[in-house]
Design a protein around this ligand. Structure first.
Ligand SMILES: Cc1cc2nc3c(=O)[nH]c(=O)nc-3n(C[C@H](O)[C@H](O)[C@H](O)COP(=O)(O)OP(=O)(O)OC[C@H]3O[C@@H](n4cnc5c(N)ncnc54)[C@H](O)[C@@H]3O)c2cc1C
Length: 258
């Protein structure tokens, strides 16, 4: 089975992330770029399947502003067979639809039986890319799965929602997105890190994939305005001199919180 894992390269969540007030995009120059942790969980689903079936081929695919291949090397060190990165300055600020067009073309370029993705990235958090990719490829789509079982012909999973648990199944090929309920990715071992150096990372542009990022008739989301969040004020301190309850009630009413 050939599994493509969509892996977004994002600013590291362990450091403060900022938004550029000029472009409205994440300021990637001030943060280390890493593979999104949710996508590492999707990769782990593929790796667990490969543990059972050594014939499994795993391709990590990223549309990334990263000049270089550092992040995808980690996917290879963890056990992915190869990687494909789409690097093209015209994709700066790509919205969900354009991203999905690029990723759909990329997974067709490499070929697949199953596409795995995270349910929502940690920076953009749109949560719509996997479904949009499935729509463009006219494939079944099972989103936000908290459990995934794979056979040679179908994928089955469980989606937990408020008040209900839904069990889904789809014939392959299909697109699946996973949640944080799935296990974290394994650690890369020394052998994996060495092996990754010999594995292939293909780099393509939007044109190589046959996608025009700027067609005249495209409907695209555009950023209209971006503003810095106002600094926090000190707040109101209520000192109890026997009337704290009244003061609190007055504060809530005044601020329309009651
Ligand atoms: C030059 C350049 C600059 C960019 N700058 C930014 C930026 O500042 N902020 C930002 O959020 N995005 C940026 N992107 C990425 C792109 O715009 C977003 O990936 C896209 O809009 C998806 O939105 P989302 O993260 O809300 O998707 P979601 O729907 O939340 O993503 C869900 C899942 O889809 C998959 N996926 C989503 N995007 C990608 C991707 N790019 N590659 C591989 N898999 C993916 C992952 O599996 C992810 O877990 C940039 C891209 C390029 C090429």
């Amino acid at each position: 089975m050939k599994i493509v894992v969509l892996m977004k390269v994002v600013p590291d969540t362990y450091v403060d992330r900022t938004l550029s007030l000029e472009t409205g995009l994440a300021d990637r120059a001030t943060a280390d770029l890493v593979l999104d942790e949710i996508d590492e969980r999707a990769l782990e689903v593929a790796l667990a399947h490969a543990d059972e079936d050594p014939e499994t081929e795993i391709v990590a695919v990223a549309m990334t502003p990263e000049p270089g291949v550092t992040s995808l090397r980690k996917a290879l060190a963890l056990g992915a067979t190869s990687a494909l990165q789409v690097v093209d300055d015209r994709l700066l600020g790509a919205d969900v639809v354009l991203t999905a067009e690029i990723l759909a073309a990329a997974v067709q370029h490499v070929g697949f039986d199953l596409v795995l993705a995270g349910d929502a990235s940690t920076d953009g958090s749109g949560g719509a890319v996997p479904a949009a990719v499935a729509e463009l490829l006219a494939l079944p789509c099972a989103t936000a799965l908290a459990e995934v079982e794979l056979t040679a012909t179908e994928v089955t999973g469980v989606r937990a929602s408020d008040g209900a648990t839904v069990r889904l199944t789809a014939p392959l090929p299909a697109v699946v997105s996973v949640t944080e309920a799935l296990p974290e990715a394994r650690m890369a071992g020394f052998k994996g890190i060495i092996a990754a150096k010999k594995k292939t990372i293909e780099t393509v542009s939007a044109t190589d994939l046959g996608v025009d990022p700027e067609p005249a008739d495209a409907a695209r989301s555009i950023m209209l305005a971006v503003a810095e969040r106002p600094a926090r004020t000190a707040g109101t301190k209520i000192v109890d001199s026997g009337d704290a309850g009244e003061q609190l009630a007055a504060f809530l009413l005044e601020n329309r919180l009651a």
